[in-house]
Design a protein. Structure first.
Length: 274
């Protein structure tokens, strides 16, 4: 079975991918034009060569999200720990994520309370998200952010010197980017690069996690078959979909996944049983 298809099957069935080969996948990631602005130059920092299984895992996890009702105002966000559920070699995942980030194929964001809570968007999705916020008043500031800041800074945060001195942003530009949610305060001289309207996504994400913990706590042995959990009516009400929420609790080590003859058994870890 080809690596891409194997990994997609792993997402839907809950198996772990251990295929050693990398996946070849070419993608043109940046749209050409928006509001009269030529965005073709942004293609210069996207490497369209072979992409890894980690990149394919990101795409597959995005496909797991089944938003019900009114569409969310932010793109589908994937978390680093969810990828660990699909690819068992964490060192490989970290190395491939760093490579994708350094080539600006993906953007990594600090999102969540824990120190190791990092979320991921493809650069294409992030740029499209920002473009939706363009108005006559903020167009110039967003243009500078897309064309100067993003190509220059691939880290999760950016400091004042890079923004103001190296990339020529003004204090007005900075205030504008903070107001639309692309920058959030890290400390007095630096900001996290952020996802606008991510709070809406996180609300449903946390609800899904809490729902699974609640379901397991009500069961005698704090365990349930994954296929039964996917059909549970309470979890199916979550706007992000059951499969996406299950990848979260397994990757976050909230539950332990045990292979049985009846399928994957999910057992609540001891520190969540009280």
């Amino acid at each position: 079975m080809q690596p891409v298809m194997q990994l997609k099957r792993c997402v839907s069935t809950g198996e772990t991918n251990t295929h050693p080969e990398l996946t070849n996948k070419k993608s043109k990631l940046i749209p050409r034009e928006e509001n009269g602005r030529d965005l073709e130059s942004l293609n210069s920092y996207i490497d369209n060569d072979a992409l890894s299984d980690t990149y394919v895992a990101i795409q597959c996890l995005k496909d797991c999200i089944k938003v019900q009702g009114i569409p969310l105002r932010c793109p589908n966000i994937v978390f680093k720990h969810q990828i660990y559920r699909l690819i068992s070699d964490k060192t490989l995942v970290d190395r491939q994520l760093n490579d994708l980030r350094s080539r600006n194929v993906i953007r990594v964001f600090k999102l969540g309370e824990d120190a190791d809570d990092f979320s991921i968007l493809t650069t294409k999705d992030y740029i499209n998200c920002i473009k939706k916020l363009i108005t006559d008043e903020n167009e110039s500031s967003i243009y500078k952010f897309l064309h100067y800041v993003l190509p220059e800074c691939t880290d999760v945060s950016v400091n004042r010197d890079i923004l103001l001195k190296k990339n020529g942003l003004s204090e007005t530009d900075l205030s504008c980017l903070i107001n639309i949610g692309t920058l959030t305060m890290r400390d007095v001289n630096s900001w996290w690069i952020a996802i606008p309207n991510a709070g809406q996504f996180m609300k449903h994400f946390i609800k899904g996690r809490e729902c699974i913990i609640k379901i397991l706590k009500k069961r005698k042995y704090r365990e349930i078959l994954e296929k039964d959990l996917q059909k549970h009516p309470s979890l199916n009400k979550n706007r992000l979909g059951a499969a996406f929420c299950i990848h979260d609790v397994i990757g976050k080590d909230i539950v332990r996944c045990i292979s049985t003859t009846s399928g994957n058994l999910l057992r609540l870890n001891s520190h969540f049983k009280k």
